[in-house]
Design a protein around this ligand. Structure first.
Ligand code: SIN
Length: 299
């Protein structure tokens, strides 16, 4: 009932662990799958090891989190060594980030042996020279996607930033570049201030807002993208309950990523959301999740 096939890959359900949330080791990825994720996205991997920013890197707010981790990662070589002998019975999407199309292509070539697909981080809202600094410009999105597609046959998903006027321009650029899908959205650029210290709380000052507070923004982005793109849209942004998940599917998402809800409530959210979707489908007389994707676009 929940099975989906995206870019030729079978996912036993459409709920995918988002990049950067309890996904540091192969064991954690397996645990996410054992506890109900249909697939996983790894932490974003770059060319060189990065320690990330100093603490504090996360602020909890009533409706979500602001984080600025600083793309901490072991670098492609250590990541490859750690994953090369691992076998997974679920799809593993490797997230990569670079400062140029060549850097993205280099990483895709090197990490191909351990990736079922790639997600291109064109959207981190605060890392100098990376993420959204590149991904806010449709021309760059096109060039990065094309460069990666030129070196790999693995499916390529562009993860888009909401910090633009019109996210559909980025989606269309990714599609023109040959992307197999897009994921929307990454976090919303944000800040929190300590009123007694009278300074920003995060060491990096600015971070990315995620969680229930951004859900309506993410839902609108998915809705707009699904209207204009022929490639699948993976919805992400504040999905916490099965009702949220159903809204994203009706708005045209072919699969969903869950991050902040896992951080705040643990892996149990995958089964809670799957069970809720199954009940909803039965009550509404649908036999497959595929039958509800994009229904809200038709009115
Ligand atoms: C981070 O590592 O700071 C977050 C990455 C992202 O927002 O893509």
């Amino acid at each position: 009932m929940l099975e989906v096939k995206l870019f030729g890959i079978r996912f036993e359900n459409p709920l995918i662990l988002a990049s950067g949330v309890v996904d540091m080791t192969p064991e954690l990825l397996r645990r996410a799958h054992n506890e109900g994720a249909g697939g996983v996205v790894t932490k974003s991997i770059g060319k060189e090891p990065r320690k990330g920013y100093d603490n504090p890197t996360i602020v909890e707010l009533p409706y979500g989190l602001i984080n600025a981790m600083g793309l901490p990662n072991p670098g492609w070589e250590a990541f490859l060594n750690e994953f090369i002998d691992e076998r997974f019975d679920f799809p593993v999407i490797v997230s990569i980030f670079g400062g140029t199309p060549e850097e993205f292509a280099f990483l895709a070539e090197k990490l191909e042996p351990v990736a079922d697909a790639f997600e291109l981080n064109l959207s981190c809202p605060h890392a100098k020279g990376y993420g959204m600094e590149i991904g806010q410009d449709p021309k760059n999105v096109y060039e990065v996607v094309k460069a990666v597609k030129d070196v790999t046959d693995k499916p390529v998903i562009a993860k888009l930033t909401p910090n633009v006027n019109d996210i559909t321009k980025l989606g269309l650029a990714a599609e023109r570049g040959g992307a197999d899908g897009v994921s929307a959205i990454n976090t919303v650029k944000a800040i929190a201030i300590d009123i007694y210290a009278k300074r920003p709380i995060l060491s990096n000052k600015v971070g990315g807002y995620s969680g229930p507070g951004i859900k309506p923004i993410a839902l609108r982005a998915v809705y707009d993208l699904a209207k204009v793109l022929d490639i699948p849209v993976i919805g992400i942004g504040g999905i916490t309950s099965w009702r949220d998940a159903v809204e994203f599917l009706l708005a045209g998402a072919s699969a969903l990523q869950i991050g902040t809800a896992v951080y705040l409530r643990g892996f149990k959210v995958f089964k809670e959301i799957s069970n809720g979707i199954i009940e909803y489908l039965k009550e509404e007389g649908f036999s497959s999740i595929r039958d509800i994707i994009g229904l809200a676009l038709k009115v």
